[in-house]
Design a protein around this ligand. Sequence first.
Ligand code: ADP
Length: 401
Amino acid sequence: MTTAHTRRVLVVNAGSSSLKYQLVDPDTGRSDATGLVERIGLPAGRARHTCSSGTHVHELTVPDHARAMELLRDAFAEHGPDLAEVELVAVGHRVVHGGADFSEPTLITPAVVDAVRRLIPLAPLHNPGNLEGIEVAQRTFADVPQVAVFDTAFHQTMPAEASTYAVPRAWRLQHRVRRYGFHGTSHAYVSRRVAELLGRPVEEVRSVVLHLGNGASATAVDGGRSVDTSMGLTPLEGLVMGTRPGDLDPGLPRHLAEVAGISVEDYDRALSKESGLLGLTGSADMREVMERREAGDADAALAFDVVVHRLLHYVGGYAAVLGRLDALAFTAGIGEHSPEIRAAVLSRLAGFGVELDEAANASADGETLITTPGSSVAAFVVPTNEEWEIASQAAEVVGAG
Ligand code: ADP
């Protein structure tokens, strides 16, 4: 008989050319194995599986997602843990765009697969890969319930005033043009941890979560519900990111078409892949930008200032939207590991009573309070854990939470 502590969820994050997975205990967040099959459909692929016996890497060609899923299954069979020995209660799939159809994690049925397919025009770079992952996992783990956890779901609580673009009615009604928001799984997890760290019921807490990775977004959370977020119809809007610019003047495409003949395709590529830190400095990597800034590079110094300025713009705006700010949380690669960015944001808020604890900020490792006890707003570093959030949501959907 299986017991509660052997329950596991296989969390799958399938992209267009990669399959990332983790075997997670939904109750504790403990991870027994992680893996990544990458360069699917490209000449030289690679499969990596890390478990208690170490990291196992195979260099091989991976023609499609079906082969990637076989490699996943073989890696568990060969290196462990043995999936026959755990109670696999669900496969939890990260799905980027759930549109307005999904505000909750959802048991995957043929109708759900169809709905995710219909949403491809809203997320052409992400939903196709997510669907491939679902289809191959359904075949490989035919007896295990499959659950979709949407990046957009947490933001479905946004009031209409926050999700509505002031554009023509036909765009809004016929083409679903509105703000959806992303990184919802991370914002949900981190905002809940913030309430726990404050020792207050989640219903009472108003917070801003700054998820600062290669992609970056800010969310205003009131009583555990997202009330505004910086990404919109697509993950391009909002903060300055690794290769994306965040907010821009909507008049820019026309200007560039006129002065430089730039097409919609070129514009889109430049905004997805060539802007942000990369456009400002030549590097999309914040660590490298910080090193150059310390060495006196003017472009890197400007990029840092632009990133911080945009962050302040959102934190201030969201404090006003919330009407009161109890906590501010920094998460993801930059949020968790860059004391300089955190200090730059928090010290600029000193006039609002925010008091940075410099020593705590400099040495933060894991969940850490980085403001003084007298600070008007408590700021925290909270490492995100999207896999645990997906696992616990998936387990709850199948009644094993
Ligand atoms: P993704 O969105 O791909 O999951 P991550 O959350 O891993 O990305 O964040 C990646 C970003 O975090 C990169 O810009 C990287 O340079 C930055 N980063 C990681 N460590 C540090 C650090 N010590 N200082 C500054 N930036 C860091």
